[in-house]
Design a protein around this ligand. Sequence first.
Ligand SMILES: Cc1ncc(COP(=O)(O)O)c(C=O)c1O
Length: 412
Amino acid sequence: MDYFQYKNNRLFCEDVSLDQIAETHGTPSYVYSKKTLERHAKAYLDSFSSENNLVCFSVKSCSNIAILEILKKAGCGFDIVSGGELKRALSIGADPSKIIFSGVGKSKGEIEYAIKNKILSFNIESGSELTRIEGIAKKLGIKASVSIRFNPEVDSGGHDYITTGRKGDKFGISSLNEVMQLVGHIRDSENLMMVGLACHIGSQILNLDSYKAAALKTIELADQVNNLGVKLEFLDMGGGLGVPYNNEVPPNPRELVEVLESVMKERKEVIVLEPGRTISANAGVLLTSVEYLKDDFLIVDAGMNDLLRPSLYGADHDVWNTNNNIKKSKNWNIVGPVCESSDFIRKDIFLSANEGDVLAVRTAGAYGFVMSSNYNSRPRGAEILVDGDKAHVIRSRETLEDLIALERLPND
Ligand SMILES: Cc1ncc(COP(=O)(O)O)c(C=O)c1O
């Protein structure tokens, strides 16, 4: 459930009209609802039957520091994939002991930054990465906490670009022999400490069977790790639960937690989850204005540089007119101003719209603004946070000056 609703035929975010936001702050703009973010975080946090859990919001899905602060206050830790995301989390006073560093390509600088800040764990994805972390920890005279992200060989379905738990996907370690060798190495190292096992099987997952299969493989592997004399602090089942972009009916966080708790009921380890999309997607919309009508095209002022998912994954976002009182409807292709044929926001959608109308592209809070770019030299839009009847600018719209601010002529 979210807090984007029509009141007297005008679309509101909580108690603020989206038309008002468009008028005051312009379009394209991302608008987030604080109440929705809190509600979604709580849906995870309240689902566990014991304290033995940690919900690390996946920063990559929506990384504005104002959003992170809300989720920190709600009780979340953070799942990060870069030094930049660590900087964001630390800047809002996140507890490093609730930060997990995922990703296949951590650089030396990022590892050093994270070790110095005493994060909970590096989820390592290769033997080479482990060697690098160990070397840096040794240089710093510190024991680095690591967990191994293994590949449970579960196909979670969905788009090829967001499936991660199969052999041949670049993520995780697929060979269980290699996992066990690494466990032995960590156990015997003076500069490493093994704290967990992790897996993440994909995104936009719509059934719980693949989670159950992954959880069963995780506890089987945890037993083998224990047999080598290594006690684990946590088992991290990643993120990936789906959201209703259109008519999908994904399981809810409580159902996911019930499945995991039932598989893991005999375990002592903390259950870690890394949800992104389920917390942030339906907490945000992209507001865009209709510039022109042409044949079946609605040409709007947001393009693939503002919302990449339709072009990248063929993702279908629902689109609502902020004015629900327009009678004449037809099927439109909603396209942006970017000079690419793949620049579309939504194809073939039944909608009422006129020039000058403001549209809300729904479920855009996750992998929306974070994937935006300056392609075609288009300044990124603003980010606005609604809290009750107040709208706060949490990232200013970029200006034309911003576009060239870091550039230099060679002989300057
Ligand atoms: C390691 C890891 N954890 C968590 C997530 C968050 O996934 P989602 O936003 O689908 O919940 C991702 C997304 O790709 C990921 O790679």
